[in-house]
Design a protein around this ligand. Structure first.
Ligand SMILES: O=C(O)C[C@@H](Cc1ccccc1)C(=O)SCC(=O)c1ccccc1
Ligand SMILES: [Zn+2]
Length: 170
């Protein structure tokens, strides 16, 4: 099922997600719904926080044809290098706002997958950018938090406008 995505500056986006104790049917359904919601929203990632479910769960799919969804349960992301790289980020919770954010170039991801198998890999590029962006969501951080006050105000105004237009479209 498609889940509603919270929009900035909704305070629920600031909730800290809890660890998942058991990958039960409820979590399995949430994973399926989040993947469906991510594809529908044309995203490459989605954190459970964004759909108002405050558990440590991230889904991502960087493939062209939306055929390779990845699931990260109770993820831990550790920078492997000091060097940071800027990337023009967007966010499904801050529609139509894109801006440069600097993040560590290479990170280690430790997590469980949907079968409870452990994941432990070193990534860079868009995968590293996206997993750090999603991890921030689980910690109540949104990419606009890294921008200037002025840009944050502009982002709030922009989201308000986009939501009004979407409301009219019904
Ligand atoms: O809000 C989210 O978490 C999803 C977000 C993930 C993300 C994309 C790009 C950089 C950082 C984080 C998106 O999928 S935004 C939409 C998108 O597909 C995209 C936007 C900018 C660059 C590449 C992809
Ligand atoms: Zn986001």
């Amino acid at each position: 099922a498609l889940l509603p995505i919270l929009s900035y500056p909704d305070p629920r986006l600031r909730t800290i997600a809890e660890p998942i104790k058991e990958v039960n049917d409820e979590i399995k359904t949430l994973i399926k719904d989040m993947i469906e919601t991510m594809y529908d929203a044309q995203g490459i990632g989605l954190a459970a926080t964004q759909v108002d479910r405050h558990v440590q769960l991230i889904v991502m799919d960087l493939s062209e044809d939306k055929s390779e969804p990845m699931v990260f349960i109770n993820p831990k992301v550790t920078p492997l290098v000091e060097e940071k790289e800027p990337y023009e980020e967007g966010c499904l919770s801050v529609p139509d706002v894109y801006d440069k954010v600097e993040r560590p170039k290479k990170v280690r991801i430790e997590a469980l997958d949907e079968n409870g198998e452990s994941i432990d890999k070193e990534v860079e590029g868009l995968l590293a950018v996206c997993i750090q962006h999603e991890m921030d969501h689980l910690n109540g951080v949104i990419f606009v938090d890294y921008l200037s006050r002025l840009k944050q105000t502009r982002a709030r105004d922009k989201v308000r406008k986009v939501l009004k237009i979407r409301e009219k479209q019904g």
